[in-house]
Ligand binder design. Structure first.
Ligand code: NAD
Length: 318
């Protein structure tokens, strides 16, 4: 069985092992694959593993030996799953691996907005504390989270894990989801409407998937309904936010700070209105990437292929 990994670098930049895949067949692993080499690199391989390299209908037509496509991520929109299904090719994904990592990162972003740790540490390195008249100084309003309200939009695995962390900080949690599980409610957590989340939250954190119904959900109109001076966190998907509208809200102070790990276009080759925007922190889509989470991802990716080879495919999305 020939296995080709088209773009293994972000999952394993060198600190993990591909041995799990090597044990299942003849492995050929590329760090990256440019679009014009996808077909030639797949060649006669039966099993194709991709992270962000697109597998289109045309590629499937040009590579008739493909029997299996494994995606090294939760989102699988890089594969034409319908075209694969028509050919009887199962496409698998990794549904859970990063819940702890992404929720922790949502809080890393929030804490950075509250304290600007990186900025203050940098001013100390630049000698400002040494020359300071007072024993301390700070350049931004510092924010205590205890007693504040966080609104979590999308109350699935990561949203719920983020809620637990927020409760640990003494925050009140408002949750919005299409599916409501009342058993999760308690004295510091309740489900509310989207309107109420926007109206009542000091912090809004996005944890719903990108779909037609969620694309652009944070826009001029929804921002207008938010509390003045609210904070916004996005570790989910960039297109949930209309970036130009958020930039305007940051400039006017309507939104006091935003921190996003995801952008509409990744990487942002032509820049982004949010990079360098007032009170805005942008990180390069790293919430998923602690080694612990990538180790889990690798293990499930190997299990998915092993299950397919035993005729018991798992985590099939098409
Ligand atoms: P999940 O499926 O467990 O939870 C998503 C929740 O959103 C579900 O409860 C679903 O009912 C809800 N939802 C769907 N449509 C909605 C809508 N219109 N309004 C409100 N809620 C809605 O997924 P998860 O594991 O919690 O992941 C959440 C998102 O995090 C993923 O979709 C992905 O975009 C993102 N993510 C980002 C990273 C990163 O590195 N930044 C890593 C992993 C996942």
């Amino acid at each position: 069985m020939k296995i080709v990994i088209l773009d293994g670098y972000t999952l394993n930049p060198g600190d993990l092992s591909w041995a799990g895949f090597e044990n299942l067949g003849e492995l050929c692993c590329y760090d990256h694959t440019p679009e014009n080499e996808i077909v030639s690199r797949i060649g006669g391989a039966q099993c194709v593993i991709t992270n962000k390299t697109p597998i289109t209908r045309a590629t499937l037509e040009s590579c008739p030996d493909i029997q299996y496509i494994g995606v090294l991520a939760t989102g699988y929109n890089v594969v034409d799953t319908l075209a694969a299904k028509e050919r009887g090719i199962p496409v698998t994904n990794i549904p859970i691996y990063g819940t702890a990592a992404v929720s922790q990162f949502a809080f890393a972003l929030l804490l950075e907005l509250c304290h600007h740790v990186a900025h203050h540490a940098q001013t100390v390195e630049q000698g400002r504390w040494a020359g300071s008249r007072d024993f301390c100084y700070w350049d931004y309003p510092l924010i205590e989270l205890s007693g504040k309200t966080i609104g979590i939009i999308g109350f699935g695995r990561i949203g719920r894990a983020t809620a637990k962390i927020a409760q640990g900080f003494g925050m009140q949690v408002l949750a919005y989801d299409e599916y409501i599980d009342k058993t999760l409610e308690n004295e510091s957590l309740r489900y509310v409407s989207l309107e109420e989340i926007l109206r009542c939250s000091d912090v809004v954190s996005l944890h719903c998937p990108l779909m037609d119904s969620t694309k652009g959900m944070i826009n001029k109109d929804t921002i207008a309904k938010m509390k003045d001076g609210a904070l916004l966190i996005n570790t989910s998907r960039g297109p949930l936010i209309v970036e130009e509208d958020l930039k305007e809200a940051l400039e006017s102070g309507k939104i006091a700070g935003a921190a996003v790990d995801v952008l509409e276009k990744e990487p942002p080759r032509d820049g982004s209105v949010l990079i360098g925007a007032k009170n805005c922190i942008v990180t390069p889509h790293i919430a998923w990437a602690p080694r612990e989470a990538r180790t889990r991802l690798m293990a499930v990716a190997v299990e998915n292929l092993a299950a397919f080879l035993q005729n018991k495919p798992q985590n099939v999305v098409n």
